[in-house]
Ligand binder design. Structure first.
Ligand code: FES
Length: 261
């Protein structure tokens, strides 16, 4: 006897970025509670292909919560009902037989829809390109203990580095703000010894890039923290605010500027 669930999916279909989109209803029959959400979509897509219909476009890569590719808005919540969970690690046992599930792409002006559930998140890449790196020439790989990092600093930096850049923070925010993403990157690099030389210029460049990409500002809604699959704390945004204020009060010198030193 089948123990599978019978579900109704309402899925955003949009052929390309220019065409209008709409919600389309599909049955998802005999779904195992042990399937991941993406495996369930794979099953539905196989059935659509067999019928000669266009499969639902969605993104995934690692399918183990590492790459950040798999963002879907499920019943209005980025990554769905599981706390601290990416869409690929959400299991169908989180739903009940007979449920109707609404599936939409990330909604933000800075994330234009490419097709169906796939959005263009390259705006986040351009924020990283603006300053989310350390450009000091370090030569070949140094010994692991050549540059000592206090344990508490290392742990704080690692907490921030857990950000996988999925964009759920943006999708959850009423302002479509990327401030939690930027805060995680600024903190990760800004508190480590290797990141000090570009600390001020990094925060100014990344915030400027964020603004230019059309992301909104933060009004302390905390939705970002609630949906983040890596449970990045909104307290990092307070760090970002302090870093930005300090950099504005004491602007970094331009590279190559003569200072007589
Ligand atoms: S597919 Fe990589 S995090 Fe989900």
């Amino acid at each position: 006897m089948s123990t599978g669930m019978n579900l109704t999916l309402k899925v955003w279909r949009q052929p390309n970025s220019q065409a209008p989109g709409r919600m389309v209803t599909y049955p998802a029959a005999d779904i195992s509670p042990d399937m991941s959400f993406l495996e369930m979509l794979d099953v539905v897509n196989d059935q659509l292909s067999l019928k000669g219909e266009e499969p639902i476009a969605f993104e995934s890569d690692c399918r183990e919560g590492i790459c950040g590719a798999c963002g879907l808005v499920i019943n209005g919540v980025p990554h769905g009902p599981g706390k601290g969970t990416t869409t690929c690690q959400l299991y169908m046992r989180s739903f009940k037989d007979g449920d109707t599930i609404h599936i939409e792409p990330w909604r933000a002006a800075a994330f234009p829809v490419v097709k169906d559930l796939v959005v263009d998140r390259s705006a986040l890449d351009r924020i990283i390109q603006a300053g989310g790196y350390t450009s000091v020439n370090t030569g070949s790989a140094p010994d692991g203990n050549a540059l000592l990092v206090p344990q508490d600093i290392a742990e704080e930096a690692m907490d921030a580095a857990a950000c996988i850049g999925c964009g759920a923070c943006v999708a959850s925010c009423r302002n479509a703000s990327a401030r939690l993403f930027v805060a995680a990157k600024v903190k990760h690099l800004g508190i480590l010894p290797q990141g000090q030389s570009e600390r001020a210029q990094r925060v100014l460049a990344m915030v400027q890039a964020m603004d230019e990409e059309g992301f909104g500002n933060c009004t302390n809604e905390y939705e970002c923290e609630a949906v983040c699959p890596k449970e990045i704390s909104a307290s990092h945004i307070a760090f970002l605010n302090r870093e930005q204020a300090k950099a504005c009060w004491n602007p970094p010198r331009q590279r190559g500027a003569s200072d007589g030193a």
